[in-house]
Design a protein around this ligand. Structure first.
Ligand code: SF4
Length: 212
């Protein structure tokens, strides 16, 4: 079976399993999603949502982060891990947002990538979730599942993004990323994938190699 054909079957199957799959970070504004996505690096969305519940009442706009006392901001986000780096990036990101973009989150990849702490994953989360633009979001679940299923042979996020873009319709790029996150949490977990109950097992390279 051609890889593209396989990807489309898996897309249909995952769509039927997780019809409501979406970004699981809580936010009300584009800036809140930008901050939450930066905090989500090496941290669970559930933990980030606990932290941002208070954070977003204390810091309401780019000015608040840009003018924040860095030690205080570090303490406010400490439990998300890598807090010194994250606090520095968030503060610098908001300084740049104010200086170059009128305090607003920009709606294109090039501008988003110019912001401190923003890589392609964060940019694609913003573009697809806030601005309804197509984007493959390559996180840890996407990396693991795309490799196991056999849709890519790379661990490099930029290459995985390109491989998936070639295999899937543009309109489904972001959805497919969300489906992989949901399936990674529910079935295809890192330590022990539950292949016996996985409905995409017939199309999965890992399962066909490991399960006789
Ligand atoms: S068959 Fe196994 S390895 Fe493949 S996607 Fe399902 S759970 Fe993951």
């Amino acid at each position: 079976m051609r890889k593209k054909e396989k990807a489309e079957i898996i897309l249909r199957e995952l769509k039927s399993l997780y019809p409501d799959a979406t970004c699981t970070l809580d936010y009300k504004t584009p800036l809140e999603l930008l901050i939450a996505t930066q905090l989500a690096a090496q941290c669970t969305d559930a933990r980030v949502n606990i932290v941002t519940k208070e954070l977003f009442t204390k810091y309401r706009n780019a000015e608040d982060y840009a003018g924040a006392d860095i030690s205080e901001l570090e303490q406010d986000i400490k439990s998300t891990g890598f807090f010194r780096n994250k606090a520095k990036n968030i503060k610098e990101c908001c300084i740049k947002l104010l200086r170059d973009y009128g305090g607003k989150v920009p709606d294109n990849m090039e501008a988003l990538l110019s912001l401190p702490g923003v890589g392609r994953k964060t940019a694609n989360v913003i573009l697809s979730t806030v601005f309804s633009k197509p984007g493959v979001i390559v996180d840890t679940h996407c990396t693991r599942l795309a490799n196991r299923i056999g849709l890519t042979k790379s661990k490099n996020p930029d290459i995985i993004e390109r491989d998936l873009m070639k295999l899937l319709p543009r309109s489904e790029w972001a959805n497919f990323s969300h489906y992989l996150v949901y399936h990674g949490r529910a079935i295809c977990q890192a330590r022990r994938p539950k292949c016996e109950i996985c409905s995409i097992m017939p199309y999965c390279a890992y399962a066909n190699k490991n399960i006789k």
